[in-house]
Design a protein around this ligand. Sequence first.
Ligand SMILES: [Zn+2]
Length: 395
Amino acid sequence: MIRIRPDLEAELRCPRCGSPQSGGALVWQGVHTAVRTRCHACAREFVTDLPVSHARHDPYTIDVTSWAWHGSGRGAAWLAEPFVEALRSPAADAPSLQIERMQECAEVVVLNCLDFLYGHVLLKLLNAEAHLLNGGPGLVVVIPRSFRWLVPDGVAEVWSVDLPLRRGQHHFPALDAAIEAELGRFETVWLSEARSHPRLRDIRRFTRTEPHDFSGANPRITFVWRDDRPWWPWWVPGRFFRNRGVRKVGAWVQTARMVRLMRCVRRRLPEATCTVAGIGRKTRVPDWIEDRRVARPDDEAERGLCQVYSESRVVVGVHGSNMLLPSAHAGVSIDLMPADRWGNLAQDVLYQETDPRMASFRYRFLPIGVGIAELAGIIDRAASGSNAFRHRMVE
Ligand SMILES: [Zn+2]
């Protein structure tokens, strides 16, 4: 944790000359929690990342005179360049900040979950568990409003920001001022490190949904849908699917492949309930596949999806943040890995299994090009073999 009130305890150095900098106002810009700084030696002003969240590894400093960025260059396309743009052209409007106060505290730790990516917001929020288990100062969670339903019980305050993800890379000076005014109520304020993939002990704290019960019969097999990164039989770069027309074609191809897969699964597991769930465009599927997709999720729909994942003996889907909640609730999760995503292995999995032998059974990664018949065989063995595996390997 980094103390930000009554004074900032970070060591700030000028990226040009290395001299110590003096810190000023905080900047809450989506993925960045930063501070305005000044180097007296260079007579220049900067906005400097505080070492939290993704800036723990790749901090950037923006020179607000020249608009040059300083940093490692890693992730510059999404960490540095949009940061420069946001600071150069701040948004004039003020996203509303709704304050809920559950506990009176003089000292708090602020967990900033604002971001422009669904997976980032969710993963940052999971840091709340460690703060709550460790005790310490009251926890203040700053969160986009659409994630409010996932905030666990026991936090001191929730600050919900009316900020859609697509605007999560903008800078709102009015939001900085509103947050600053709220921070003024406390004697001491710490900033959570907000790790980008914290350990998660119990997903129930967040979704209030029980994880999968292996003792139940009649397994549900669920394909996790996402139409911006479809299950495509050969390698194509992810950006290919940003085009709407291409995305439509992707949805058809994904539907055809998913239906073929479920046919193969049903031949092997006649008693299984075949389901497609997740977020995105509805395409036509046969009646024997339960269609639980939602076009625009709200709290109710997301809770319903978690229930579907929890009832699923196996979830299978293309790698991405769409797999986070399914992997946290299902019995077995199978990640179909596009060739260009192996460097992001397991970033979309919320491990709930503590025994490494069972974990090897429950969390699986396959190339996206895996044959449909072979995949159906893997799903069959995963759905029907969990108790035998546990018996042989663990008990
Ligand atoms: Zn300097």
